[in-house]
Design a protein around this ligand. Structure first.
Ligand SMILES: *Cc1c(COP(=O)(O)O)cnc(C)c1O
Length: 436
């Protein structure tokens, strides 16, 4: 790759190299006919989750309240809106809401959507194949010993920076599968410990996410009865995430929130490899059509999706190739090369993508804890910068509803959360400014 030639063609590369807050708007966005998936595929995913609800309710006591649905609330965060305006000295038009996926039951992050869905799909296929169940039966049967026995001769393998491993590991172990999680160097110790405690095998790598995934894929190829959850290519993960769109539409209706031409919805999604935010954005696009505008949010050191989209090179380019480190405290977003599958799909519907500095993530982490008593992990704050970035660039119209997708945090141990908050409080006002 000739970096100079590429930078001349795409000046945004120089901006990314300077590690400042960068905004890329998608000028070739199409609003219809954008994909190989349709609403039918997403509805099918939702139906499968509904079939499994009676099992999930039994398997996880925390799901009794929701009758086995793994879902999170939406909450207005007006105090945080004020905080953001004061800190950055800007103005945010419209209302600010949070989608509380940090509080998703079972695994405490957005990965509880796609990851658990893929494990359930695999389990369902095995059980159907063996004649243990039909789609008409109550899936509470999955708790029976015959199922555990079947699954105990199968092996689920995944590579992760942490949270995908948590969701796949927790769900697989609960159902009786053998499960191995290949963790990248970024993965936090407490996530590895929690997984081992639940019965998963954790393999630690000194390399980054891409290598951990490659090792997992290789292990799966070499083992009989192994199933690899492929974060870079999985359609199942994507559709599990996309089901969030159908759910959010109902949630908005219940809360009396309108999305239309005069009340556009702006959604900000922290992005790593792209499956989670891409899937959710896809689902939202299907249900809200032209009135929703979804943005990816990434650390300044790991803007892999922005780079892939802006250059059109997708997975043919990595952030390391333009001189970035892929070193970030936002472990969930520490991905140097995006999913080509997701990038090519998202190119047709995503509104844009922007970057945030680590110290800004920490600043907002402390700000949110103080103003709204909501505690998120660093990655999950990337979306919070969106309303400022967009308002600053005058990219919002009408009376917008800004929805920040809070992607993780409820499982972070208290002592570590306290450290995050302390670190956030010590961020200087100057470094917090979004000089976009
Ligand atoms: C994984 C993750 C994301 C991004 O999802 P990808 O599918 O990797 O793009 C965002 N936030 C958190 C907390 C995550 O764990």
């Amino acid at each position: 790759m000739d970096l100079n030639a590429l930078s001349r063609q795409h000046p945004i590369i120089q901006e990314l190299r300077e590690k400042q807050n960068t905004l890329w708007m998608n000028n070739s966005r199409k609003r219809e006919d954008f994909s190989r998936f349709t609403i039918k595929d997403v509805e099918e995913a939702e139906s499968r989750l509904q079939r499994f609800a009676p099992y999930l309710e039994k398997a996880f006591p925390e799901l009794e309240q929701t009758n086995g649905l793994i879902e999170s609330p939406i909450v207005a965060i007006p105090h945080m809106k004020k905080w953001l305006e004061q800190k950055a000295g800007g103005k945010i038009d419209g209302d600010l809401w949070l989608k509380a996926d940090h509080a998703l039951p079972v695994s405490g992050s957005i990965k509880a959507r796609g990851g658990i869905y893929e494990v359930l799909t695999y389990a369902e296929n095995l059980a159907l194949e063996k004649g243990l169940i039909t789609e008409k039966d109550s899936y509470s049967a999955f708790k029976q010993p015959a199922f555990k026995q079947l699954f105990s001769s199968h092996h689920i393998i995944v590579g992760s920076t942490g949270n995908l491993g948590l969701s796949i590991g927790i769900m697989s172990a609960k159902m009786g599968f053998n499960v191995t999680v290949h963790m990248s160097a970024d993965a936090k110790e407490w996530k590895k410990a929690l997984l081992r405690d639940r019965g998963a095998i954790v393999v630690e790598h000194r390399a980054d996410y891409e290598k951990a995934v490659a090792r997992g894929r290789k292990e799966a190829e070499q083992s009989p009865n192994a199933y690899f959850v492929d974060d870079e290519h999985s359609h199942l993960l994507f559709l599990g995430y996309a089901a969030a769109g159908l759910r959010l539409k109902k949630q908005f209706a219940r809360a009396g929130l309108t999305v239309d031409r005069h009340h556009p919805l702006y959604v900000y999604l922290p992005c790593g490899i792209g499956g989670g935010p891409g899937g959710v954005a896809f689902g939202l696009q299907l249900v809200f059509g032209p009135h929703v505008h979804c943005f990816f949010a990434e650390p300044t050191e790991s803007p892999c999706m922005l780079l892939g989209l802006a250059t059109g090179l997708h997975d043919q380019i990595s952030v390391q190739e333009i001189g970035l480190s892929n070193q970030t405290e936002a472990d969930g977003l520490a991905v140097g090369r995006p999913s080509g599958f997701v990038g090519k799909l998202a190119a047709s519907f995503i509104a844009g993508s922007y970057t945030v500095k680590d110290e800004q993530l920490f600043g907002m982490l402390a700000g949110l804890a103080e103003t709204e008593k909501i505690r998120l992990e660093p990655s999950a704050l990337a979306g919070m910068a969106g309303p400022l970035v967009l308002s600053h660039h005058k990219k919002v119209k009408g009376h917008p509803l800004h929805l920040v997708w809070a992607t993780g945090g409820s499982m972070v141990p208290d002592s570590i959360m306290e450290q995050y908050i302390r670190k956030g409080r010590s961020v200087s006002e100057e470094s917090f400014k979004m000089n976009i």
